[in-house]
Each structure stands twice: as structure tokens, then as C-alpha cells.
Design a protein around this ligand. Structure first.
Ligand code: SAM
Length: 340
């Protein structure tokens, strides 16, 4: 095991001294949208049920990691709510000792009826993906007609006073007018809006030579045109976004340089994919098959030892993680498997 990993009581640090306290876990690779930047329209092979982690397996992983120092969980997908009994699962993990915050990333389509229960279990925040504020542009991007449901979720989450962030992936030729329209939501409502650089997963950019027309600098310049008073503010220590305030706005604006990778130095998170691969960096191709390990009958102590070793061998940043990938291929799996 790498000696630089410390495991004092409930405190976990990687081999570069970065505290690790945040686990993002994808509960399904299935989704009820077909966003062009995330997955192809047809021909997707979704995982059979026995190839994804069961809720019991996920709970076991969370419980062990909570004992090691993970305090914050984000549940993502695919679309988390397409998996049956998600609410029941969320309620169980909210009782795990050491877990202080549970967050959820959702596209908002099936979400409305669960919002009261989410409030009841004390959900710490919801990230809602919304790439356009125009019905037709929404349909074009997501290849589905569910704009109204997403708006319903937006308003209900606010009514229930659950902290809300909007995620918008910025795509040339598809949603540039929405940069300003979505920022306006943070003027009217107490929400944060985050713009995400499009990453070359297996949607539109799968050509071997990923290009990025809208990087974080250009997104900022576009915002500056509409909001000349926009100003950078200090980000929280592990923030993946550069954050901004605009005079008169109730919420903040953030830009996530997912393609440019400006945030690796303070990364405090690990991921588990729907099929149980542990990722210690978004850009690695999965450093360990947790599902098969769990299913081989190992003890909690063996799992803990293995996790400590893996967290103690993290890549320095996303570029190194990508170099370590088998065959040095760039990141091509769909975000629906990884969970964003
Ligand atoms: N279904 C949920 C949702 O729509 O929010 C959760 C899963 S989704 C994969 C999680 C996040 O990943 C979303 O905010 C989505 O916009 C983002 N995402 C997916 N593909 C992306 C890409 N190619 N580049 C940047 N962000 C991406």
C-alpha cells in the first residue's frame, strides 16, 4: 500500500495530499433522454441487470467509504429515477453513519412526484440538467419532448426550498442563445447556474480529434456581453467551477472547464460507475472492478485495504489519468455510464 495515504479516524487523503471526501455514484446507465453530447440516438447496449451494482452492493460500498472519511454522496446515472425503488435506496443511505450530504443529479423528467420525499430525507441539493430554455432547442439536443416536465421539476424544487443548481452543457450551434437565457434564471430565482464545457464522450464529438469551440474563456466572454458587471468570486476549496457574481442576481454563475481541466489540483472526489468500476479520476478508464471484487466474497476489511491502495495511487491530474488508460485512448465511454 502507498504509505502517503493516511487513514486517521474518518479522514482520507490521496497520494498528493488531497482530502477525499466525496463519492459520486451512478446507479444506472439507462436514461430516458438521448442527449446528443452524451450518447448516440440508437444502438446503445444498456447493461443487463446483473452487470450493474445492486442497491445492497452500493450501500456496502458507501458504508465502508463513510467509515473511511467520505461524507458527501452524489447519486447520478444515466437517469437515477429510471431505476426502480430509487427513493427507498436514497432513504436507506441517508441513514448511514458519517454521510452528511446526499446530492442528486437528474434530468427532471420523472422527478416531480419524488420531491416531497427527497425533502423528507434531507436531500442536500439537486443538480438539474437543462441545456435550453426553448422547447424546440431542448427537443433537438435531448431528442425527446420533455421540456415541460423539467420545468415542473425546476419550480417544485424551488417551492420545497431544496438548493438547486442548473447544469448546461454549451454546444456550438445548438444552445448559444441559452447561455444568457439560463443566466437570467439566476437573476429571478435563488439558484446557481453552471455552464459545462462539452467533453468528447460518445455523442457528437466521437471522431478521434475532439474539438472544443466553446471553452471556459469563450463562455465567460459571452456572459460578459450580456452582463458587463459579472465578477469572479472565490470558489470553495474543491469547487470544479470558476464562480461569478452578477450585480442584482440572487444566485451565482459557474463555469466548469471539464475539457480544459483546470480543477484537478483540488479534486476531492472518486466515482463508482453503474457497472461497479471505481474511477479515481473522471478521465481514467476505471482503475478497479469493485463489482467483481465484492462478488468474490471479500470481507469489508479487504475492500477497505484495496480502496486505500487505489486512493493512494491516484493520477496527479486528468492528463496523467488519460495517459494511463489502456491503449491511451481518449475518454469515449458515455457519461451515462460514468454519471458526470
Ligand atoms: N440523467 C442525469 C442528468 O441528466 O443530469 C444525470 C446523469 S448526466 C450524465 C450528468 C451530467 O453529465 C449532466 O449534467 C450532463 O449534462 C453531463 N454530461 C453528459 N455528457 C456530457 C459531455 N459530453 N460533456 C459535458 N457534460 C456532460
Amino acid at each position: 500500500m502507498n504509505k502517503t495515504v493516511s487513514r486517521k479516524k474518518a479522514s482520507l487523503t490521496d497520494n498528493f495530499g488531497r482530502p477525499i471526501n466525496y463519492l459520486r455514484i451512478s446507479v444506472t446507465d439507462r436514461c430516458n433522454l438521448r442527449c446528443s453530447y452524451c450518447m448516440p440516438e440508437k444502438g446503445i447496449r444498456f447493461l443487463p441487470k446483473n452487470e450493474i451494482l445492486s442497491y445492497e452492493e452500493i450501500e456496502r460500498i458507501i458504508r465502508i467509504l463513510a467509515e473511511m472519511g467520505i461524507t458527501k454522496i452524489r447519486i447520478t446515472g444515466g437517469e437515477p429515477f429510471v431505476r426502480a425503488d430509487l427513493m427507498h435506496f436514497l432513504s436507506s443511505i441517508s441513514d448511514i453513519n458519517g454521510i452528511e450530504e446526499i446530492h442528486l443529479t437528474t434530468n427532471g423528467i420523472l422527478t416531480p412526484k419524488f420531491i416531497p420525499e427527497l425533502k423528507d430525507i434531507g436531500i442536500a441539493g439537486i443538480n438539474l440538467s437543462l441545456d435550453a430554455l426553448d422547447r424546440e432547442r431542448f427537443r433537438k439536443i435531448t431528442r425527446r419532448n420533455n421540456f415541460e416536465e423539467v420545468l415542473t421539476t425546476f419550480h417544485l424544487v424551488l417551492d420545497y426550498r431544496i438548493p438547486l443548481k442548473i447544469n448546461m452543457v454549451v454546444m456550438d450551434g445548438l444552445n448559444i442563445p441559452d447561455i444568457t437565457l439560463i443566466a437570467n434564471l439566476a437573476e429571478k430565482y435563488p439558484i446557481d447556474v453552471r455552464y459545462i464545457e462539452e467533453m468528447p464522450f460518445n455523442g457528437v464529438n466521437r471522431n478521434g480529434r475532439p474539438q472544443l469551440k466553446w471553452n471556459h474563456k469563450r463562455i465567460f466572454q459571452e456572459l460578459q456581453k450580456s452582463f458587463p458587471g459579472i465578477q469572479e468570486i472565490d470558489a470553495s476549496p474543491n469547487s470544479t467551477s470558476s464562480n461569478y457574481s452578477v450585480p442584482g442576481f440572487r444566485g451565482k454563475i459557474g463555469i466548469i472547464a471539464g475539457f480544459t481541466r483546470t480543477f484537478c489540483g483540488t479534486c476531492n472526489r472518486i466515482r463508482v460507475t453503474a457497472k461497479g468500476m471505481l474511477k479515481t479520476c473522471l478521465y481514467d478508464d476505471g482503475v478497479f472492478d469493485l463489482k467483481n471484487f465484492l462478488r468474490s466474497g471479500v470481507t469489508d476489511e479487504q475492500i477497505r485495504e484495496r480502496l486505500l491502495h487505489l486512493i493512494g495511487s491516484r493520477a496527479k491530474d486528468g492528463f496523467e489519468a488519460q495517459k494511463r488508460r489502456s491503449e491511451h485512448l481518449p475518454v469515449y465511454e458515455s457519461m451515462s455510464e460514468i454519471g458526470g
